[in-house]
Ligand binder design. Structure first.
Ligand code: IVH
Length: 701
């Protein structure tokens, strides 16, 4: 009987894998998301009922446990080298000539051209699986080239990385059961933007570019976070026992594709360097519309026999070169510096540039970070500056272009001593890089708070955008967007009218009459705004928590907190220690939450929101709270309860059950024949209970 379940599970796995391949590798799904989810749910249910059927390569297992002790260091089968660079046609031709000179004159050389993806390289080790196929054993970062870091648990979450490859696929690709694939992990542009929006909502600094975002994500210790961000792997290299084994690079790419890996479709094999140059010119035109970053073209000698004869120099192969695209940069004039005031009162200097067209977009702003950066650049208003737009979101000023003639007319950049928005003093604390406005009721802060509160993914109050926020605060509506870019004079000149809102909570007492006094607001839009505001009262607790704008508390953390504590009050009164018992809440987050709720003004805000009828409890409140914030691990056979029953008891009391013992585990509940988990608990000093102990703890409350 159990073998029929096993067969069903294997069928479902194969079917899901096939659809994952179509979706994530081919970008050509054949079934809807709902159909895919249904298959996945069937498999999950089957595996839940028959845990012995769970295998590590099951698609249900992409998101598994955290690595226990950070990332282990593992030596590479053969060094992961870097590439020499060529920056222009001449350097590329010189390389091709060196290649020809090193080979017998009669030999023809072909070149394979591939996009140089701007991510980080990864080595994937596959090993023989029981059914004659191969399965993913390990994923390593490049590290220092000789020794990498084992990031397998994170690599498994990348959907374009096959967890298993069938015997048929291996055969048609001509691959052995054990082999190594190397490739580049990237974060596509859309995923990058999404991640940065989420970071912004959580008050975290955005990643500067997709490469940093991909690298940071891959080194995150929580696989479920990695899984939520979309990373992609493009394969370009294949090894067996540390050696290339197919005749050409083109065959290698084809074999990888056949085996089910994502291979960049743009790769081509060329007969001459002129053809290579034409390929490069085309790629440069495509560069801005790919949806992911490339920083050049990798040109490789196609024949692996020739590659072997060419060999390596110190750190790079002689048989390949990276043709690097010129940085997308330009020179323009600094017209002035604007000072933005953020939600925390932080002043950020922003360069106001003479508009310049760089790599497909007009650039008028560049970040200057802080006062020290301005000093480092030696920047003055009127200077001509070199502006670079790498993969970075915000263009950077790399240096001042020296121009003595001009230098006479430039002006020193003066950091304001008063807040450009409210006129209060700004301070720069010892050891801090930033100036901050000290006025807790600075209109700029309130403006940012309101914008955040109403924004998409937070309280979702449609219609309460930037312009209306400004009007509600009694500022004139900004002409074309960014109010933070208004200069001091512009604000001073703006006709000030009485503010309708003095605290975020005030939006819940706005009336139709009040709204209709605002410019450009008719009855219809006022009514729909009021309906939207009303609707937001029903937003779940985690959204309210998110809306408060506590530093480091993003959507996911807010959700966990709401689930675990069940009410705003419980979170407000939790100690740092209690907060840290919750998954994803480390010391930094816990401290930020405590700090927030120790502020008088913030407590008042919560009380006003409560009075306005916002949701202050979570649906999961029905659960008890005896074990709120606590994590249990079950091991061995309990005398009277099944493991599922024990799990249910714990969860009903607000606790969590986890599969592995760590420092965050509060209790291990051990029955007969408890094995390594019990040992681990003793090692870490985690409290151990038996069934009676568990029941007693529950009974006490
Ligand atoms: S081949 C010995 N192919 O560029 C072979 N590398 O600057 C070395 N990269 O570390 C790698 N796309 O991270 C190769 N199609 C591609 C690539 C590529 C991006 C990266 C890789 C490497 C770096 C070298």
């Amino acid at each position: 009987m159990s073998s029929s379940y096993a067969r069903k599970a294997a069928e479902l796995r194969a079917e899901i894998e096939h659809h994952e391949y179509l979706y994530y590798v081919q970008d050509a799904p054949e079934i809807s998301d709902a159909q895919y989810d249904a298959l996945m749910n069937q498999l999950k249910a089957l595996e839940a009922a028959h845990p012995e059927l769970v295998v590590p390569e099951s698609p249900t297992q992409r998101v598994g446990g955290k690595p226990k002790e950070g990332f282990a260091k593992v030596p590479h089968s053969r060094p992961m080298l870097s590439l020499d660079n060529a920056y222009n046609e001449q350097e590329l031709r010189a390389w091709a000539e060196r290649v020809s000179a090193a080979l017998p004159p009669s030999e023809k050389v072909e070149f394979t051209c591939e996009y140089k993806l701007d991510g980080l390289s990864l080595a994937l080790h596959y090993g023989a699986s029981e059914n004659g196929g191969a399965s993913l054993v390990r994923g390593l970062t490049r590290g220092d080239g000789a020794v990498g870091e084992d990031v397998t648990s994170n690599v498994r979450t990348i959907r374009s990385v096959p967890l298993s490859i069938s015997q048929e696929k291996l055969t048609s690709a001509g691959l052995p059961q054990s082999f190594e694939v190397r490739g580049e992990v990237i974060m596509p542009q859309t995923a990058f933007e999404k991640m940065n929006r989420e970071r912004e909502v959580a008050g975290q600094a955005p990643a500067a570019n997709p490469r940093n975002a991909a690298a940071g994500t891959l080194r995150t210790v929580e696989p479920s976070i990695v899984a939520r961000r979309r990373l992609d792997l493009y394969a370009y290299f294949l090894l067996r026992d540390g050696e290339t084994f197919l005749a050409t690079q083109q065959e290698t790419l084809d074999a990888l594709r056949t085996a089910g890996f994502r291979v960049n479709p743009q790769a081509r094999t060329m007969q001459t360097i002129d053809q290579v140059l034409a390929f490069i010119a085309d790629a440069e035109k495509e560069r801005d519309s790919l949806g992911y970053e490339i920083d050049g073209i990798v040109v490789k000698v196609n024949s692996t026999a020739q590659q072997r004869r060419l060999g390596f120099t110190g750190k790079a192969p002689r048989w390949a070169i990276a043709y690097k695209f010129p940085a997308r940069a330009g020179v323009t004039q600094l017209r002035g510096v604007l000072f933005q005031v953020g939600r925390t009162g932080k002043l950020t200097p922003v360069a106001d540039l003479q508009p310049i067209f760089i790599g497909g977009t007009t650039v008028t702003r560049a970040t200057l970070h802080n006062e020290d950066e301005i000093a480092r650049l030696g920047l003055r208003i009127g200077d001509y500056v070199s502006v670079e737009r790498g993969g970075d979101v915000i263009p950077k000023i790399t240096h001042v272009v020296e121009d003595k003639q001009h230098a006479r007319g430039t002006q020193k950049i003066v950091f304001p001593k008063q807040c450009p928005r409210c006129g209060e003093d700004v301070v720069r604390e010892e050891g801090e890089a930033d100036w901050r406005c000290v006025n807790a009721s600075c209109p700029a802060r309130l403006e940012e708070e309101l914008r955040h509160f109403a924004s998409r993914g937070v309280m979702n109050i449609e219609g309460l955008g930037e312009a209306l926020v400004a009007q509600l605060l009694g500022h004139s509506a900004p002409e074309s967007g960014d109010t933070a870019e208004e200069t001091e004079e512009e604000i001073a000149e703006a006709p000030t009218r009485a503010a309708l809102v003095h605290s975020v909570a005030d939006i819940y007492s706005l009336t139709l009459e009040q709204l209709m006094t605002l410019e450009r607001i008719g009855e219809k839009s006022a009514l729909s705004l009021l309906a939207e505001i009303d609707k937001s009262r029903k937003a779940p607790l985690y959204r309210v928590l998110l809306a408060l704008g506590i530093r480091h508390v993003g959507e996911r953390t807010a959700q966990t907190l709401a689930d675990e504590f069940g009410s705003m009050d419980a979170i407000m009164h939790a100690t740092e220690e209690e907060l840290q018992r919750v998954n994803d809440v480390g010391p930094k987050v816990a401290a930020a939450i405590r700090e927030f709720f120790s502020g008088e003004k913030n407590i008042q805000l919560v009380e006003k929101l409560r009075a306005a009828g916002l949701t202050m409890t979570s649906e999961k409140r029905a659960r008890g709270t005896t074990f709120a914030g606590m994590t249990f691990v079950l091991t061995g056979t309990l005398p009277t309860m099944t493991r599922d029953a024990a799990k249910e008891l714990i969860e009903n009391a607000g606790g969590k059950v986890s599969g592995s013992v760590s420092k965050k585990t509060n209790y291990v509940v051990a029955g007969d024949d408890a094995g390594s988990k019990l040992e681990k608990a003793r090692e870490l000093g985690v409290a151990v209970l038996d069934e009676d102990g568990l029941v007693e703890m529950l009974g006490r409350s």
